[in-house]
Write a protein that binds this ligand. Sequence first.
Ligand SMILES: Nc1ncnc2c1ncn2[C@@H]1O[C@H](COP(=O)(O)OP(=O)(O)OP(=O)(O)O)[C@@H](O)[C@H]1O
Ligand SMILES: [Mg+2]
Length: 274
Amino acid sequence: MEQSVAGFDGSLGTGNGYLPAGSGKSDRVRGGVLAQGVTPAAPLPHPFLRAENLTHSYAVAGRALRLFDGLSFELNTAELVAVVGPSGAGKSTLLHILGALDTPSSGRVVCDATCVTTLTRKQAARYRNLEVGYVWQFHYLLPEFSAAENVAMPLLARGDRKSEALHSACSWLERVGLSGRAEHRAGELSGGEQQRVAIARALITEPKLLLADEPTGDLDSETSESVFSLIESLHRSREMTTVLVTHNMALARRVDRVLRLTRGKLEEVSPEAV
Ligand SMILES: Nc1ncnc2c1ncn2[C@@H]1O[C@H](COP(=O)(O)OP(=O)(O)OP(=O)(O)O)[C@@H](O)[C@H]1O
Ligand SMILES: [Mg+2]
C-alpha cells in the first residue's frame, strides 16, 4: 500500500485518508480540550501527534527481538507526557521513532500533519532540526566548544549567521540560568549546568515537540529536581508537546499524563498511581 509523504509545507499527500479536508492549525483546539457545551464545527480537531499500530523489531543473533505489539496513541498539543517502564522495554526506541531517528518495522507516526515515518533522510533531518528538540540522559555537548557555541549549533546547522546564532544562544543561556557561563567550555561545567546547556540547545529552534530521554537520569536528586522544574516551566510557558522518559516516579507524578510501556504494550496510567 502506498503511503503518503508529507511535504514541509505541513501538508500530507493526497489520498491518505487521514486528516479531513480543510484541517489545519486554525481548526485545532489547543490542549485537545473543547470548551464545555460548545459543539465543535466540522472538521473535528486532530491531535498534535498520532502513532498508529507501531511495531518494531531488532534482528539479534539471527532472531527477531520484537519490541512493540502494535502501539497506538495520541498526544495533544501542549501536553507534558511521561513514558515509564522497565529497562529494555523500548522507551528510548519509541522516542527515536517519534523523532525520526529510527523508523518502525510497521505502522506510522503523524506529527503536526507530517507523516514522520515516511520521510526521506533529508526530510527527516529537516524535521528534526525544525520541529523537534532532544534532551538525552548524557547531554552530548561538544566539550571543547563554549556553552554558547553548543547552544547555537542547531541554528548554525540550518545556516543561520554565526553572530545571530550566538546572540540567540546567549539569551537562551540566560533563560536556563546560565548567563554567566556563555564563554565556559562545555567540559568545564558541572553535570547539572551541562544538562541546562543541553536543554537550551534543544529549545533554541523553538521546536513544537520536545523529546527528553531520562534527562535527569545522571544527576543527583537536588539537581534532578531543578532540571525537571526547568523543563516543566519552559514547557508550560510555550505551546510545546513534551514527552519525557523517566525512571523517577516522583517526577512522573507531576506530569499531565503517564504512559507505561511494558511487554510491548502501552497503557495509560494515572499520574497519581505511578
Ligand atoms: N540497535 C539495536 N540492535 C539490537 N537491539 C537493540 C538495539 N537498540 C536497542 N535494542 C534492544 O531493544 C530493547 C529496548 O531498548 P531501549 O533502549 O529502547 O530500552 P529502554 O526502555 O529505553 O531501556 P532503559 O530504561 O534501560 O534506557 C533492549 O533490549 C535493547 O537491547
Ligand atoms: Mg532508554
